[in-house]
Design a protein. Structure first.
Length: 285
C-alpha cells in the first residue's frame, strides 16, 4: 500500500499537491497518474458507476508508488467506510457534510480503537493479517479524513469542523455549495465565489489545507494563487472531453490551406530589365 503519510508531509510543508479525480473504470487511468508522479487520485464512489471491484483495481495500481489513493464515499456509513479502507485506500473524502457531528462520526468510523470504532480485518490494509499489529498501530495517525465543504450549513460551522481531531484537509465543492445557496446548476452562483474564499481563509487560519477540483489550466493557476493546496488537475472525463473539444474546434476553425495560399508572383521581362538598370552600389575594392 502507498502510505498516506507521504501526502500528510506535503500538506505540512504547505506546498501545492496535485491529483486526478477518477470516475471511469479502467485502472490504466490511475496507472497513468502514478506514472506522471501525481500526489493523489480521488476515486469517486459517490457519483457514477464504480463498484468495489473497480475501486480495488484503481487502488491496486498505486502500490509501491508515491501516489496516495483516496476514495470519495457515497455517505457516512460505518460498514462502507470500513470496507473502503480495508481495500487499501489511504483515506476518504466525506460528501454532503452539514455539521461537525457528522464529521465526528466519519472520523470515528475511519479510526481504530481507542480513537474510533473501525473494525479490524485481515485484508489489504493489514497485508492480509501479516501486518495485523504493525499496520493497525500506525493507521490512526496516517489514514486521511477529508470532509467536503459543499453546503451553506457546513460553511457556518467550519471552525468547529476544522477543530475535530482527525480532520486532515477540507475539499471544496463549488457546484453543490451553489445548489445549497439557491443557485442550482451553476459552478459558482451569485456571491458564491466570495463566500468560498472567505471560508477558505477561515480554514487556513486553523492550519488545515484546502482542496478543490479545477476544470482547466487557468482555474488551476488561479486556485493555486488563492492558496488552495490540494489541487485536482481535472477529472478523467473532463480531460477527455476538453481534449476532444479542442481537436474538433481545431478542425472546424476556418483557416487558409496550402492549396488556397497565393503562389509567388513570377518575374517578368520588365522586372528583369528594371533590376539590371539599377546602379550597382556594392563597395569596390
Amino acid at each position: 500500500m502507498t502510505s498516506p503519510i507521504l501526502l500528510k508531509k506535503k500538506f505540512a510543508s504547505r506546498k501545492p499537491t496535485t491529483g486526478l479525480w477518477v470516475t471511469l473504470e479502467s485502472p490504466t487511468i490511475t496507472e497513468i497518474a502514478v506514472t506522471l508522479g501525481l500526489d493523489f487520485v480521488v476515486i469517486d464512489a459517490e457519483h457514477g458507476h464504480l463498484d468495489f471491484k473497480e475501486i480495488l483495481e484503481h487502488i491496486r495500481v498505486t502500490r509501491n508508488s508515491t501516489t496516495v489513493p483516496l476514495v470519495r464515499i457515497q455517505e457516512i456509513e460505518q460498514g462502507l467506510i470500513k470496507r473502503v479502507l480495508d481495500l487499501g485506500a489511504g483515506g476518504i473524502l466525506v460528501p454532503q457534510v452539514h455539521s461537525a457531528e457528522e464529521v465526528q462520526r466519519a472520523v470515528r468510523f475511519a479510526k481504530y480503537p481507542p480513537w474510533g470504532q473501525r473494525g479490524v480485518g485481515s485484508e489489504r490494509a493489514t497485508h492480509w493479517g501479516m501486518g495485523l499489529k504493525s499496520d493497525t498501530l500506525i493507521a490512526n495517525s496516517e489514514t486521511l479524513v477529508i470532509p467536503l465543504m459543499e453546503t451553506v450549513s457546513a460553511g457556518k460551522c467550519i471552525e468547529e469542523i476544522c477543530d475535530i481531531p482527525g480532520v486532515d484537509a477540507i475539499q471544496f465543492g463549488p457546484a453543490d455549495y451553489s445548489a445549497s445557496a439557491g443557485s442550482l446548476g451553476n459552478w459558482e452562483g451569485p456571491g458564491v465565489a466570495a463566500q468560498l474564499l472567505d471560508i477558505k481563509d477561515r480554514i487556513r487560519a486553523r492550519g488545515i489545507p484546502c482542496g478543490i477540483l479545477c476544470r482547466d489550466s487557468a482555474e488551476l493557476l488561479k486556485r493555486r494563487d488563492q492558496g488552495f493546496q490540494m489541487l485536482g488537475l481535472n477529472s478523467d472525463t473532463g480531460l477527455l472531453i476538453r481534449g476532444l473539444q479542442l481537436a474538433l474546434k481545431t478542425l472546424t476553425t476556418p483557416s487558409q490551406s496550402l492549396a488556397e495560399a497565393p503562389s509567388p508572383r513570377r518575374e517578368t521581362s520588365r522586372d528583369r530589365a528594371a533590376r539590371r538598370s539599377k546602379p550597382d552600389r556594392r563597395p569596390r575594392r
